[in-house]
Every structure is written in structure tokens, then in C-alpha cells.
Ligand binder design. Structure first.
Ligand code: NAD
Length: 509
């Protein structure tokens, strides 16, 4: 609904939700209770729209993580042992409540992250779909294999690994949190969630909703705070058996080091520099729509965004020119305005980073086709940036190698499939690739050879929840989605039962 109202109507709708969190501030939620950080420390959370104050946030640290991890540990046996039908029904209830609160969640997420409401309304509903999807699978989560021999019946079962830590980033935080929390709860794990310090608002509402649905205190705990303190302590805590992390590649390696002493199982969804490869025979208009949508939706702050545009030379100039025109037409504006296609970036510090790549691209000799890395006119008060498009990049330029994570696209020409593949694979990342061609043999061959975890052929990024999601190389470790999620949140146990009198060697007889 929020996506069809005017900006003023949305501001009016959002006002009471915003006033409530401004008055109460965000606390930690440990064992079902809203609590201040044990140190009493807080930090201020502001909106990227205009730097206005949203609320204070509890600045949790190791002591709060310890309390939360012990609560999750204490709640684990009962939650893991709950009859599966009950667990399933509780997750359905969470999904229903997310839908009932979708408007509040979408409006607050837009204000907290700067993401346009046209996308955030869908993200809230997607969160509910994630819960419903994994609720449907609660009853099969424990399923295993039957592996009989003539003398033994081997069979496997899956059991929840224990309390887990979920660490989420600032881009689309609500949707990403549900993508981790729903399968962990479905598997029978208990959770300590540490949301990103720059966008903590909807995590509190999600934790509350999970409690409102009737899930017992301690099953999910929320600790706000910074990565170096709260996040680090969570990855080091001995009661926490696994860390599901979404964020930057460098943070992933840090977490691996931090978790080494306690042998943490880790699941990493990290950065990307995803190619969209457009061959001359592609459906020109649909490929153009995809290139624009996959880079400039969600403010370009999207791990699966197509940030490298590889165009076959015969259509290179025409495709680039049309794309530049589309980029110039993009509507940058207040995220609660349903007409806005791009809102402000998450924070001024991120604006500085994205903006700096305009000079880097120019110094390296690429051609600037759209954008200047500055504020659009009239939007100087927030972290708004003009959408940028460079062409004539070479594959080794920094704008063709580094994750910029903003509305910033780099085009590179290529001649033939071999060169396209070489360029596509010539980065450290390997999350997703988009291939556009009518030649099915070429598409299939390339899909097999491109070094990524996910390939979309003649398609934008359409998620199918049972399908595996994740990256290779510096883009991650492990897969989410369907049964793949349970492989992470559960241990597989083999049970072997003798069927008769098999041979047992006699020693010391
Ligand atoms: P980030 O790595 O800076 O932070 C992510 C989370 O990690 C935050 O909650 C932060 O507080 C925490 N953290 C930071 N240092 C930590 C430490 N030492 N120990 C434990 N936790 C720590 O990432 P970000 O800037 O918030 O998010 C953007 C990044 O996320 C981009 O690189 C993007 O590609 C990636 N991302 C990947 C996917 C995917 O599916 N592959 C999805 C979304 C975002």
C-alpha cells in the first residue's frame, strides 16, 4: 500500500511508528526482555535521508553477547525438542504477524536505510514468505537417508547444531535477517542476532514479532552494537556453534580468524562484482531492462547487482548510449516517495566511497557517460548521489574489479564468448552472473564455465526459494535456500544397527 501513496501520505503514516522508536530507543532483547546494554552505553542512529535522529541504540558488547548466548544455550534443549508441528505452526504465526506489520516494517526500513519504498514494501512481504517457506519444511528438516548393507542398517538423521549467531549487513536488513533466522528456527536452533549498526531498526521489530507469535524467551535474542565489539564477541563465544554471516569479504576473513579457537562452523555471503554478459544476438530491450534494474534497484547496494556490463562489440555503442539515457532518467528522491527509483545511500561514509570511484574511473581512462558522483540538485541534505555509468573500461581497472556497492555501473566491450568468459572470471569475486543470448548452446557452455555460484540466463535475478543461493571465490562459503540451509544449521548423524551376527574380531581370548 505504501508504494501507492504520495510522499506526504507516507510521511504521515510513518510518523507514529517513528515517534515510538524515537521515544523508546532500541534495546537489546535477551531472554524475552528489552534491556539496556550492561555498560549503559548507547549510540545515535540517524536517517540517510537528511541525517535526522531516529533513535538511540543499545551499544552491546562482550558482556551482553555473553548473556544472550547463555540465554540461547538455555533455551536450546526445549526448542529443539518441541514437536515439529508446534514449531511449524509458530513459524506460520510469525509469517502472519510480519504481514500484519508489513507497512510499519517497510516504512521504518526505508527511513533507516534509504531504500525506496517501492522495493521495501515487497521486502517486508518477502520476509513473511521466507518464514512460511521454512515453516513448510520443519517436518522434513530431520529427514535423512537409509543406507543399508547386508549386515547393518545405516540411517542418518539431522539434528540442530545448537545456538547460532546471525550477523547481518545494512542493505535490506529485514529481508536478509529473515533469510537466516527462519531456517535456523525451523531447524530447531536458537539464535543470537547482531544486526548492522547502521540499520538496526527492523531487527527489533522482528524479534518482538517472533515473541508475539508465542516463541519462548531465549529462542531468539538480539544484541545491537558494533562489529568490532558485539560482532566479534559473538563469533568467539564458546556456546555459539555456528555463524551465519552476510557482509563484506574482509569481515568474513576476520570472522573466520575470530571463530577459529572455538571451531565455529561458518556460512558466508560476501561481496560480488557480478557480470551481465550481453551478446549481440540478445533480446536488446530485455537485456537493457535487466542491466538497468540489476544495477540501479535497491540503490545499487545489492550483493547480486550486475556491476560489470560486458557488451559484445557489434552492439556496444548502441547499448551503452541507450543505457546512459536510462541512467540519466532514473528518479533519485526521497525513499518514501513511491516515484523514487533511487534513495540516499546508507551513510555519508558510504557516499564518500561510492563518490570517490568517479575520479578513480576517470583517472584510469574510462569514459563517464552518466553521473558525476555528486548530490543531485536539491538533494544536498542527504546521502543522495547521481547514478553513475562508465564505459570503455578495461577489465583490470579498479572500477571493473572492486565492489563499489552503489548505483554505479562499469561497461567493458568484448569480442566473442571466449573473451567474455575471460573477463567475467577475471575478478576475485564469484557470486552471480547474468548471460543474455539467444544461442542456447553458447549460454549453456558459458553457464558451466563461469566461476560463480548462481547464473541467470536471459533473466533478471528471480529467486526460487528451494534453489541454492551463495557464491564461490571471495563471494562466500556455503549455500542458503531449501534443504541447503538445513545442511548448515543441522548436524547429520549416522546410526548403524547390526542386523545379525556380523564378524567381531576376538582380542585377548
Ligand atoms: P560489513 O562486513 O561491514 O558488516 C556486516 C556485519 O558484520 C555488521 O553487522 C557488522 O557490525 C558486522 N561486523 C563487522 N566487523 C565484524 C567483526 N570483526 N566480527 C563480527 N562481526 C563484524 O558489511 P556491510 O557493509 O554491512 O554490508 C555490505 C556488504 O555485504 C557488501 O560487501 C555486500 O556485497 C555484502 N552482502 C552480501 C550478500 C550475499 O548474499 N553474498 C548479501 C548482502 C550483502
Amino acid at each position: 500500500m505504501a508504494a501507492t501513496r504520495t510522499l506526504n501520505e507516507n510521511l504521515k503514516k510513518a510518523a507514529p511508528f517513528r515517534a515510538k522508536i524515537e521515544e523508546r530507543g532500541l534495546k537489546n532483547i535477551i531472554n524475552g526482555r528489552h534491556v539496556n546494554a550492561l555498560s549503559g552505553k548507547t549510540y545515535d542512529n540517524g536517517s540517510p535521508i537528511d541525517s535526522s535522529f531516529i533513535c538511540t541504540v543499545a551499544a552491546g558488547d562482550a558482556a551482553d553477547i555473553d548473556a544472550a548466548a547463555l540465554a540461547a544455550q538455555a533455551a536450546f534443549p526445549a526448542w529443539a525438542a518441541l514437536p515439529t508441528k508446534q514449531r511449524r505452526d509458530l513459524l506460520y504465526r510469525v509469517a502472519d504477524l510480519i504481514e500484519e506489520n508489513a507497512e510499519e516494517l517497510a516504512l521504518l526500513e526505508s527511513i533507516d536505510t534509504g531504500q525506496p519504498i517501492r522495493f521495501m514494501s515487497k521486502a517486508a512481504v518477502r520476509g513473511a514468505a521466507n518464514f512460511r517457506f521454512f515453516a513448510d519444511r520443519v517436518e522434513s528438516a530431520n529427514d535423512g537417508l537409509s543406507l543399508p548393507t547386508s549386515e547393518h542398517l545405516n540411517y542418518t538423521i539431522r539434528q540442530p547444531i545448537g545456538p547460532v549467531g546471525v550477523i547481518t549487513p545494512w542493505n535490506t536488513p529485514f529481508m536478509l535477517s529473515t533469510w537466516k533466522i527462519a531456517p535456523a528456527l525451523a531447524a530447531g536452533c536458537t539464535i543470537v542476532h547482531k544486526p548492522a549498526e547502521l540499520s538496526p531498526v527492523t531487527a527489533q521489530r522482528l524479534t518482538e514479532i517472533i515473541h508475539e507469535a508465542g516463541i519462548s524467551p531465549g529462542v531468539i535474542n538480539l544484541v545491537n552494537g558494533f562489529g568490532e565489539t558485539a560482532g566479534k564477541a559473538l563469533t568467539e563465544h564458546p556456546a555459539i556453534k555456528a555463524i551465519a554471516f552476510v557482509g563484506e569479504t574482509t569481515t568474513g576473513s576476520q570472522i573466520m580468524r575470530q571463530g577459529a579457537a572455538t571451531l565455529k562452523r561458518v556460512h558466508f555471503e560476501l561481496g560480488g562484482k557480478n557480470p551481465i554478459i550481453v551478446f549481440a544476438d540478445a533480446d536488446f530491450e530485455r537485456a537493457l531492462d535487466t542491466a538497468v534494474f540489476m544495477k540501479y534497484s535497491l540503490n545499487g547496494e545489492r550483493c547480486t547487482s550486475s556491476s560489470r556490463l560486458l557488451i559484445e562489440r557489434p552492439i556496444y555503442n548502441e547499448f551503452s548510449a541507450k543505457l546512459a539515457q536510462r541512467v540519466k532518467n532514473l528518479k533519485v528522491g526521497h525513499p518514501l516517495d513511491p516515484n523514487s527509483e533511487i534513495g540516499p545511500l546508507i551513510h555519508q561514509s558510504h557516499w564518500d566511497k561510492v563518490s570517490s570511484y568517479v575520479a578513480i574511473g576517470q583517472e584510469d581512462g574510462a569514459t563517464l557517460m552518466a553521473g558525476d558522483g555528486q548530490h543531485p540538485a536539491g538533494l544536498e541534505g542527504g546521502a543522495y548521489i547521481t547514478p553513475t555509468f562508465f564505459k570503455d573500461a578495461t577489465p583490470t581497472m579498479r572500477i571493473a574489479q572492486e565492489e563499489i556497492f552503489g548505483p554505479f555501473l562499469t561497461a567493458i566491450p568484448f569480442d566473442g564468448a571466449e573473451e567474455a568468459l575471460q573477463i567475467a572470471n577475471g575478478v576475485n569475486y564469484g557470486l552471480a552472473a547474468y548471460i543474455w543470448t539467444k544461442d542456447i548452446t553458447r549460454a549453456m557452455k558459458m553457464a558451466h564455465q563461469v566461476e560463480v555460484g548462481m547464473v541467470w540466463v536471459n533473466s533478471q535475478n528471480v529467486r526460487h526459494l528451494p534453489a541454492p543461493f551463495g557464491g564461490v571465490k571471495n563471494s562466500g562459503i556455503g549455500r542458503d535456500g531449501g534443504d541447503y540451509s538445513f545442511d548448515f544449521y543441522m548436524e547429520t548423524k549416522n546410526i548403524s544397527i547390526a542386523l545379525g551376527d556380523h564378524h567381531i574380531p576376538k582380542l585377548g581370548a
